[in-house]
Design a protein around this ligand. Structure first.
Ligand code: GDP
Ligand code: MG
Length: 435
């Protein structure tokens, strides 16, 4: 999918703005990329229609790069499509009962073990129940997992009635003070009536606080159909996507959510008991886009960063002409961008200065006040600032002479640093150092 998207985004590269024409071409590519990643056509079309609308809407923005802005819009749409936010499971009840349903081989038993470990870590007393009555090996499998994670497993090897087993298990949990019961059930290789009826009966008998449908993400479009069938019968509360450690790109995650309108709650990413994660729609969207954290950086930068201004200031830095007006302008840019510590790296030469000042957003106020109290001449030529000017600036900005001195000193150091960097860069030393 990433290759396809990259290709789509290339269409936008080198173009200063997102226009009707290049968006249309890119949209087509993105839609194809999504359908290739198992997103069904209807869903893919919905996504791309909204992306197109947004992209055209925002063309007035001067983006850092239009391609990145576009990726960001796609990312937002994908996130939205997958529910926007992470959703937790309902563990109310005494005991709370969690019913696990899905096809054979989807990863139910493995997930049951993982979930029990996950809840146990939160300090809950958990009981695992082996209600797969068709495969004797299923009981042993759950027992092994239970032992591994230190959770008791309830089983009745001779009993062929899943409803009874589940009921007895709940009674056992009550007796032993377990607060959560996880019922692992039998699956079939394909949807069949007997299995559906059985799981329906179990659900009706034990009234779970949470019914989770487990589905193998590698089964692609089939996963969506299976989800729909199970949901029609069980009206489950959430989805668990398994085997996301393979090269499944998560296309199934996209369509399942919009087709069954139930949230994905967990993802399973391996056979080990630790390989369980809460499902975060934004992370999945990033994964699908293969962009990682770059996206959030772009997003922040884009909200506030005026690229032209940055270029102008950068040029002044290179020419050793960076002055207090530029500094003020940069401070204002940074402030607009939100969390400073996250953004340190984005401003050339500023990192050290900010670190030394131990700055948070509030620490800007006195600095801004001081610079605002300088005359334009003083800003461009700080050497002018003698004792009497310092006094005036301090009084005007409501700060102390000490604070003015500090700022001047730090600013001077920063300029020296920039100069040094420029010289090093000119002589190629910096490049060598970076290698
Ligand atoms: P069940 O029939 O639904 O209970 O499925 P199982 O839990 O027995 O899992 C079927 C197979 O898939 C087993 O070999 C598991 O080890 C494997 N499996 C389950 N979840 C994952 C996962 O997230 N990643 C990988 N790679 N394998 C998994
Ligand atoms: Mg099983």
């Amino acid at each position: 999918l990433q290759d396809k998207l990259n290709k789509a985004i290339k269409t936008l590269k080198g173009q200063g703005r997102i226009t009707d024409i290049n968006v249309a071409a890119t949209i087509k590519e993105v839609r194809r990329a999504l359908t290739d990643a198992d997103v069904n056509y209807k869903v893919a079309k919905e996504v791309t229609d909204r992306v197109k609308e947004k992209a055209l809407d925002r063309k007035v923005l001067i983006a850092v790069e239009p391609g990145q802005l576009f990726v960001k819009i796609v990312q937002e749409e994908l996130t939205e499509l997958m529910g926007g936010q992470a959703e937790s499971i309902n563990t109310k009840g005494d005991p709370a009962v969690i019913l696990i349903a899905g096809l054979q081989g989807s990863g139910k038993t493995t997930f049951s073990g993982k979930l029990s470990a996950y809840l146990k870590k939160q300090g809950r007393g958990v009981l695992l129940v082996a209600a797969d009555i068709y495969r004797p090996a299923a009981i042993d499998q759950l027992k092994v997992l239970g032992e591994q994670v230190g959770v008791e497993v309830y089983a009745e090897p001779e009993n062929k009635n899943a409803v009874e087993i589940a009921r007895n298990a709940i009674a056992h949990a009550k007796k032993t003070g377990k607060k959560i019961v996880i019922v692992d059930t039998a699956g079939r290789l394909a949807v069949d009536e007997q299995m559906m009826q059985e799981i329906e009966n179990v659900k009706a008998a034990i009234n779970p606080s949470e019914t989770l449908f487990v589905v193998d993400s590698m089964t692609g479009q089939d996963a969506v159909n299976t989800a729909k069938t199970f949901n029609d019968r069980l009206n489950f509360d959430g989805v668990v996507l398994t085997k996301l450690d393979g090269d499944a790109r998560g296309g199934a995650a996209l369509s399942i959510r919009s087709v069954v309108e139930k949230p994905i709650k967990f993802i399973s990413t391996g056979e080990k008991m630790e390989a369980l994660d809460v499902f975060y729609p934004d992370r999945m969207a990033s994964r699908i886009l293969g962009m990682g954290d770059v996206i959030s950086l772009v997003e922040k930068a884009q909200q506030a960063f005026d690229e032209d201004e940055a270029k102008r200031i950068n040029a002044k830095m290179r020419a050793n002409k960076f002055d207090f007006s530029d500094f003020l302008s940069q401070l204002q840019q940074i402030k607009k961008m939100g969390n400073i510590k996250d953004l340190l790296g984005m401003i050339p030469g500023m990192g050290k200065m900010i670190k030394d000042l131990d700055i948070d957003n509030n620490s800007f106020a006195p600095i801004e006040a001081i610079i605002n109290s300088m005359t334009p001449k003083e800003r461009s030529n700080p050497d002018l600032i003698d004792a009497s000017r310092k006094k005036r600036i301090a009084a005007g900005s409501g700060t102390t002479i000490q604070q003015v001195n500090n700022l001047l000193k730090q600013f001077d150091e920063m300029r020296k640093m920039m100069k040094k960097m420029n010289t090093m860069q000119a002589s190629g030393k910096l490049n060598k150092m970076m290698k």
